[in-house]
Design a protein around this ligand. Structure first.
Ligand SMILES: Cc1ncc(COP(=O)(O)O)c(C=O)c1O
Length: 424
């Protein structure tokens, strides 16, 4: 994101009393708007309502004759694996279909590594102090997994092409306790960028001091385009295999923001050795996933093309909300040098940067004016944004008109917090 320097600082300070008056007036309106979490709206969820009853009373057999009502099928129905494999551009053999949440699969992959280690490793990660690289701003729940399990987090910068590779390569080459790295490679949460081909290839090939280093490749927004064209992303499993590091990637995704959030189907994809290792542990944890839900998804979407067509309907509902954010920020803050914001081509978030030191004040002011935002700092490890400037905006849930009002309030709060800071 571009450096943020006020274009006319004296003018901003001179306008302080006007901003204070506008803010007092907004507070009188008694707004109650919530822009905190990236949930699908009711209209988006309605798009998949037919799935609830898509299975007639005698439709419970998968193509290979599996009775989906009964135990078994640890790695998923073949037809569900085929859909995920095509969407993730890998082969069905690399895929394990899980329960309803990819976050659970990520959490469990971390815990398995801590307790048991991973293929080509040197024992359980939990035996010593370990660290993960955390491109930031990033997804707060990734950081929560590390914090919860005592994994030290090293925040690393993200730019428009993905993580800053020069510093990442240096870190992983020199420190064998760095075992993992969180990546949201497409329409990243919250900054929206897609990793460039050169970045993916460097991540796949970089020399790591830890022989059992893993990329936690959270491809949560693989098919979540807002525009007619998708951002190209180099497929990580093949890239790592080509670079001689076949066991490096653990890829995750789900249909949470395709069908139903928390009632969809999740997936992990990786090398043959990692898949075999995960299945060994999964077989202890469960007798099998919810295959009835997998069959519902298969019947409803039919194939990967069906998923893509469905995602175009999501895009049509989401696009006006993202456009509202851009329009209001551009109108209220464009050219002021008081903020910079992303214009993502997919995913669920807009990332707003204020002047250094202003983000928590903006979130507090917005909250007091009735607009709830994700807490400042949430997008950084341990909730600490070193520059206190990043705010994650989640426009998906409220109607576009409310998004517009909420962004007007946020823009005003940015101006007010900036003016107060510049005056101090
Ligand atoms: C990057 C990312 N990964 C994972 C998730 C959650 O996925 P699931 O619902 O499959 O657990 C989210 C939800 O916001 C997300 O933004």
């Amino acid at each position: 994101m571009t450096a943020i320097t006020p274009t006319k600082p004296q003018e901003v300070v001179a306008n302080l009393s006007q901003y204070e008056a506008s803010y007092a007036a907004v507070k009188q309106r008694g707004l109650k708007l919530d822009m905190t979490r990236g949930k699908p709206s009711n209209e988006q969820l309605d798009l998949a309502n037919e799935m609830i009853n898509v299975l007639g009373p005698s439709d419970y057999k998968a193509a290979d004759g599996t009775d989906t009502r009964n135990y078994g099928g640890l790695d998923g129905l073949p037809e569900m694996k085929a859909i995920f494999a095509e969407l993730l551009e890998t082969s069905p053999a690399n895929v394990i279909v899980g329960g309803a949440s990819s976050l659970t699969m990520m959490h469990d992959a971390v815990v398995r590594a801590l307790l048991h280690g991973v293929p080509d490793g040197v024992g359980p990660w939990g035996r010593g102090k370990i660290k993960f690289l955390c491109p930031s701003p990033g997804y707060d729940r990734h950081f929560a997994i590390c914090q919860h399990h005592g994994i030290e987090m090293i925040a690393v910068d993200l730019d428009k092409d993905g993580p800053d590779m020069a510093s990442d390569e240096k870190l992983v080459a020199s420190d064998a306790s760095i075992k993992g790295m969180w990546c949201v490679p497409k329409y990243s949460n919250p900054t929206g960028e897609t990793y460039a081909a050169s970045v993916v290839e460097r991540l796949a090939a970089m020399k790591t001091a830890a022989p059992d280093f893993r990329l936690f490749w959270d491809n949560a927004y693989a098919v979540h385009d807002l525009e007619a064209t998708t951002d190209p992303l180099v497929e990580i499993i093949a890239a790592c295999a080509k670079a001689g590091n076949p066991n490096r990637p653990l890829e995750f995704a789900s249909t949470s923001k395709i069908s139903f959030a928390g009632a969809g189907v999740a997936v992990m994809a990786s090398s043959a050795a990692n898949v075999a290792d995960a299945k060994k542990h999964l077989g202890i944890q469960t007798i099998g996933p919810d295959k009835v839900n997998q069959l519902r998804h298969v019947r409803f979407f039919k194939d990967a093309a069906g998923v893509r067509a469905h995602m175009r309907k999501h895009a049509a509902l989401l696009r006006p909300k993202f456009e509202a954010v851009s329009r209001i920020f551009e109108r209220e803050l464009g050219g002021t040098g008081l903020a910079a914001w992303t214009k993502p081509r997919g995913g669920y978030f807009v990332s707003l940067d204020t002047l250094d030191g202003c983000a928590s004040e903006v979130v507090k002011l917005a909250d007091e004016a009735g607009v709830k935002l994700t807490p400042a700092g949430a997008t950084f490890p341990l909730g600490k944004d070193p520059r206190n400037r990043n705010i994650r905006v989640a426009p998906s849930l409220p109607p576009a008109s409310q998004v517009e009002t909420a962004m007007e309030v946020v823009a005003l709060c940015v101006k007010l917090a900036s003016a107060r800071k510049l005056k101090a």
